[in-house]
Design a protein around this ligand. Structure first.
Ligand code: AMP
Length: 373
């Protein structure tokens, strides 16, 4: 079984997918404009983003997947005339538009914050009346890592918010959720309909970017079955194949879905060392039509992103039990350059490791003092 999987995108997610594919004798190719991308170390990059380039990519593999959420649907439509894509087009189209995403959550009775579609200044004013303040105004398409968002706290900000985001034409206004923490659930569905779910990750952000994830999310025993139920509804409804991520808010009323990502996710990087089978390996298995592996946690894990500047490799590796993953990217403010996995034996060791890590990372890191596992 010498399959080749073609992947839309060539970032670190593709790199880690291909790393997981290699021991299974599965090769990957990538459709990505930048020939120097993180995935380029792992397989052929088809960089020409033309009709001919797309055809070359289609010819380069047996079955297809993606690591880039904004993969153009027009490319997908050409591809699916002759080859199969996992996950399905509907999952991708839905995840690319927050209004479609929220409508699907509603349809499947997955709780979300009250929201309104906004496409004019009048409809924004009406949304403020309907939802009350504060609200989070977001572009329906194209936003990521908190970009394309405006938190509207008072009525005198309405014109400014509209001036900033209005040109995007299609917006969503959401009630501001008073959450105690943010978590994500990641699951995989195989071609035979088998579903496996990893433990909830508790996610912490810094300047709108994921800073670190703790798995299993502390005190999440009651939340896990509910999150698992929600993501399974999505996977089965979409007849999904591959890994899907659902980001959730923890509130006093229970879990609220924020958004889904039809791909492997930064909050699942812990699973490379922390789970029996990682999100990357299970995604490859699903796309290749192979049996899924166990998603059991091997040991509680903390994953910390390296953002903007590299720490010294020898400093990180000197930490007891630390694993370092670098993506071969050049330094730039706010850019994800790699991640570190810690697998402390207990809460006391975690506190020590986090303190040591905070002192060697160039970017100030919001590692909380009372991190428990
Ligand atoms: P998103 O791009 O939708 O993932 O939003 C980025 C971040 O903004 C989230 O991780 C939350 O911290 C925050 N956020 C998004 N939507 C809401 C909301 N409705 N209420 C409160 N905070 C939100």
């Amino acid at each position: 079984m010498n399959k080749t999987i073609g992947i839309f995108g060539g970032g670190q997610l593709g790199r880690m997918m291909a790393q997981a594919a290699l021991p299974l004798n599965i090769q990957c190719t990538f459709f990505e404009a930048n020939t120097d991308c993180p995935s380029s170390a792992m397989g052929q990059v088809i960089s020409s983003q033309t009709e001919q380039g797309l055809q070359q990519f289609i010819d380069s593999a047996d079955v297809f997947s993606l690591e880039f959420e904004n993969t153009p649907l027009t490319d997908v439509d050409i591809l699916t005339q002759s080859k199969q894509l996992h996950p399905p087009r509907q999952a991708l189209a839905t995840a690319q538009n927050r209004l479609l995403e929220k409508a699907l959550f509603d349809q499947l009775a997955i709780p979300v914050a009250p929201y309104r579609a906004v496409d004019s200044l009048e409809s924004l004013k009406q949304a403020v009346v309907d939802l009350g303040l504060p609200i989070v105004l977001k572009t329906a398409t194209g936003g990521y890592d908190g970009k394309g968002q405006f938190v509207l706290r008072s009525e005198d900000q309405i014109d400014t918010a509209w001036a900033e985001l209005g040109p995007a034409k299609s917006l969503i206004a959401e009630s501001f959720v008073k959450f105690s923490r943010e978590v994500s659930i990641i699951a995989v569905r195989g071609q035979n309909g088998d579903v496996k779910t990893w433990a909830l990750a508790e996610n912490h952000h810094h300047n709108g970017i994921l800073s670190h994830s703790i798995v299993p999310a502390p005190n999440s025993a009651d939340l896990q079955p509910m999150a698992q139920d929600y993501i399974t509804r999505l996977l089965n409804h979409l007849n999904y194949v591959g890994v899907l991520t659902l980001e959730l808010f923890v509130t006093e009323q229970g879990l609220y879905a924020n958004e889904m990502a039809p791909r492997v996710h930064n909050s699942g990087h812990w699973s490379i060392e922390g789970a029996v089978c990682s999100q990357f390996e299970n995604h490859i298995r699903a796309v290749a039509g192979l049996p899924l592996g166990s998603t059991e946690v091997v040991r509680p894990t903390v994953m910390i992103n390296i953002i903007g500047q590299h720490p010294k490799t020898e400093d990180v590796l000197a930490l007891d039990g630390a694993h370092l993953h670098l993506y071969n990217k050049t330094e730039r403010q706010g850019r994800k350059l790699g991640h570190i996995t810690l697998m402390p034996v207990d809460a006391a060791q975690l506190t020590v490791l986090c303190r040591q890590l905070a002192s060697i990372l160039p970017e100030p890191l919001a590692l909380t003092q009372d991190m428990s596992i």
